[in-house]
Design a protein around this ligand. Structure first.
Ligand code: IMP
Length: 433
């Protein structure tokens, strides 16, 4: 099993962090290939909560973690996460956390531009996380972004930071925003480079060598398929590639190594930010019931921004679309326990899109951008009582809830191999293939 790729099937927040931690038991290296601190991955082990935005979710299992060349890295946030793990006495040495020399660096001016641009969009705002992601990728595209390799020479890196901040400041002024102090940012980044420079290496060569030596790599995707810059609900998307085919490119390894593509989908859906969501639930009481109590483990409030997530029923046409785009081998469902106790569960089987869409066809790719015109057609399913899902070390069973899982499995056209039924690492039911 050389390389396993794990991606989100929806708009992020599918519970990838927990499932990567679970799957990491059997791998040697966990590597992230896309996005930046816009992600928020939460792992619970007993009473300990680990939240990461940049670090792959393999550290709680003591696995080597790689931040790949397709990522955009905010050094301040990364150092904060490393400090948090240090405090928990988890190994964060440069051999344990490796940063690709090709990853790009996020500056505070990228974040300021992100915020200013969103404000300028007015009612057409995307609802970005404000983490500077789109501007860091823009600078990469335009050939003026800063690469992590430059951090190996902190003083020179500081000078490059100074130059780019001054350029960004002109843009900020044009947008009516306050420019940042280029000297202060440059000094700060020189200091960050001093801490992070030793972690920077040729991770592509490291991964290739490890794979050749029989090691297993788990590639952990951030965000979800419907936020992909090409295949997502454009323009309400992030600026990175979130699908399985982008993993080897973002890590700089041969795509031939990929042997297992796993999609993670939540049993209902959530979205933060703007953009279409056909199955959104307008009944606030029901939506709040699915969100869970604020501050309770797994509650549907953004791990990065704290924003209340929009909530909807599971959308099978979109799930089929995501399964097909990602060429999935397996599907993992999360948060089945949250549906327990509901008398009636709705599941979207098809859309009425101008004329009715046939039930079992893939969503027409063109329609992904026209989701506002899609009227969901629901099937009502009878719920199950909470204690039908049993999940103890010695006894794991989904009871009647398995009929829901079977329905999703049939619709997606790929086997559901694992079902998560709680926040803890052990609350996973493995289904027979
Ligand atoms: P950006 O990635 O900050 O530019 O935001 C673009 C869109 O993607 C916004 O709608 C964000 O709310 C959404 N987004 C980005 N990262 C995540 C994530 O990790 N989970 C959920 N939504 C995200």
């Amino acid at each position: 099993m050389p390389m396993i790729v794990v991606v989100g099937m929806q708009w992020g927040d599918e519970g990838k962090g927990k499932m990567v931690d679970y799957l990491a038991q059997d791998v040697d290296i966990v590597a992230r290939w896309n996005g930046g601190a816009n992600a928020g991955h939460t792992v619970w082990v007993g009473q300990t909560k680990y939240v990461t935005h940049l670090l792959p979710s393999g550290l709680p299992q003591g696995k080597v973690c790689v931040l790949g060349g397709g990522m955009v890295i905010d050094p301040e946030r990364l150092l904060g996460e490393i400090k948090d793990f240090d405090a928990l006495k988890i190994n964060t040495s440069p051999r344990q956390i490796m940063i690709s020399e090709l990853a790009h660096i996020v500056l505070p001016t990228h974040k300021a531009l992100d915020v200013a641009k969103e404000a300028a969009r007015g009612k057409n705002a995307i609802g970005t996380t404000g983490q500077g992601i789109s501007f860091a990728y823009r600078d990469k595209e335009e050939g003026r972004g800063l690469e992590a390799r430059q951090m190996r020479s902190p003083h020179y890196f500081g000078q490059q930071v100074h130059q780019l901040v001054e350029l960004h400041n002109q843009e900020l002024v044009a947008l009516g925003s306050t420019p940042l102090d280029a000297d202060a940012v440059a000094n700060q980044y020189e200091e960050y480079a001093g801490y992070l420079g030793d972690h920077v290496c040729d991770t592509s060569a490291y991964l290739e060598k490890s794979l050749k030596n029989g090691k297993t790599v788990l590639a952990e995707g951030a965000q979800g398929t419907l936020l992909d810059k090409t295949y997502g609900t454009v323009p309400f998307v992030t600026r990175s590639s979130t699908t399985t085919e982008s993993a080897p490119a973002g890590l700089g390894v041969d795509s031939e190594w990929v042997t297992r593509r796993i999609g993670i989908a939540k049993c209902f859906q959530t979205r933060v930010g703007e953009g279409p969501m056909p199955t959104e639930i307008s009944d606030e009481r029901l939506a709040n019931r699915l969100r869970g109590e604020k501050d309770s483990p797994g509650a549907e409030y953004g791990a990065t921004t704290g924003r209340t997530r929009r909530v909807g029923w599971l959308d099978l046409p979109l799930l089929r679309y995501a399964a097909s785009i990602n060429n999935l081998d397996e599907l993992v469902l999360t948060k089945l326990d949250i549906l327990s106790g509901l008398e009636n569960i709705k599941i979207c089987e098809s859309y009425n899109y101008h004329s009715p869409v046939e039930k079992h066809i893939h969503l027409p790719i063109g329609a992904i951008t026209n989701l506002y015109d899609c009227i969901p057609q629901y099937q009502d399913m009878v719920g199950w009582i909470a204690n039908e899902i049993v999940c103890r070390e010695d006894l794991k069973s989904l009871g009647l809830a398995d009929s829901y899982v079977k329905k999703v499995e049939r619709a997606a056209g790929v086997p559901v191999t694992l079902v998560s039924v709680g926040t803890d690492r052990n609350q996973v039911v493995a289904r027979k293939k």
